[in-house]
Design a protein around this ligand. Structure first.
Ligand SMILES: CC(C)(COP(=O)(O)OP(=O)(O)OC[C@H]1O[C@@H](n2cnc3c(N)ncnc32)[C@H](O)[C@@H]1OP(=O)(O)O)[C@@H](O)C(=O)NCCC(=O)NCCS
Length: 199
């Protein structure tokens, strides 16, 4: 991936915005954000934590994330409010040669910031990043009962592409199916232009 294109995309930050009157700042995550990210994770509702692919309530989970950021395998946009990290969106690049045009999107918002449009904003920011990185297709993975995530991605134009049986084993040892939804980056951007969404 071109560092120049990433640097160009990062010039857009810090981005100060208000959602339903509440101020937020978006910026790229750095390797110094580990502790703040862990504080964010510790405040997530238990149901969300149950399905986290990495246990980021633990220093080892945070360490693996920071390592991916350091290697350029993951690009994370953080959103902060007066209490700390209020949400993030992350693009995880694949190591497979035949899927260099695909990235895995992860989005989460803090309980205190839900229903304000933050998940939508963070997803849109991740698509700006995807465009800068030359990514053509963005995938999102969730268990079918993650209703907020399903509704958010559906609203933004993602389509269900696969359902993997018993792919997730939660921390209580229960199996869950995994739903993969996906969206073409060009189509996403074209829809945004058509609806007059800026940013
Ligand atoms: C999914 C998630 C990021 C949504 O965050 P959010 O900041 O509340 O989302 P937004 O306020 O931007 O919601 C945008 C739209 O998504 C839909 N939506 C979001 N949460 C919803 C819910 N619980 N039920 C139904 N629809 C929901 C609505 O259409 C909403 O638009 P509206 O409020 O104008 O009606 C949040 O619930 C979360 O962090 N979940 C846990 C992590 C997760 O499942 N991540 C996705 C897999 S990577």
């Amino acid at each position: 991936m071109s560092n120049a294109r990433v640097a160009e995309a990062w010039k857009h930050y810090p981005l100060h915005t208000k959602l339903q009157g509440k101020p937020f700042t978006l910026r790229p995550m750095t390797v110094d954000d580990g502790e703040a990210l862990r504080a964010f994770a510790l405040e997530l509702p238990p149901h969300d934590l149950l399905f986290m692919r990495r246990d980021i309530t633990k220093p080892e989970g945070i360490g693996r994330w920071l390592d991916a950021v350091r290697r350029g395998a993951m690009y994370t946009i953080l959103c902060e409010d007066a209490h700390g990290i209020a949400g993030y969106s992350s693009l995880h690049l694949t190591e497979l040669d035949w899927s260099q045009h695909v990235a895995d999107l992860r989005v989460a918002s803090a309980h205190r910031a839900r229903g304000l449009g933050l998940g939508r904003l963070l997803t849109r920011e991740a698509f700006n990043m995807a465009l800068a990185l030359g990514i053509e297709k963005v995938e999102a993975r969730m268990t079918p009962d993650q209703q907020g995530a399903r509704a958010l991605f559906q609203e933004l134009g993602f389509q269900p592409e696969a359902l993997l049986k018993d792919e997730v084993k939660d921390r209580d040892g229960e199996y869950h199916d995994l739903l993969i939804m996906a969206c073409n980056v060009e189509v996403f951007m074209a829809q945004r232009r058509a609806f007059g969404v800026t940013g």
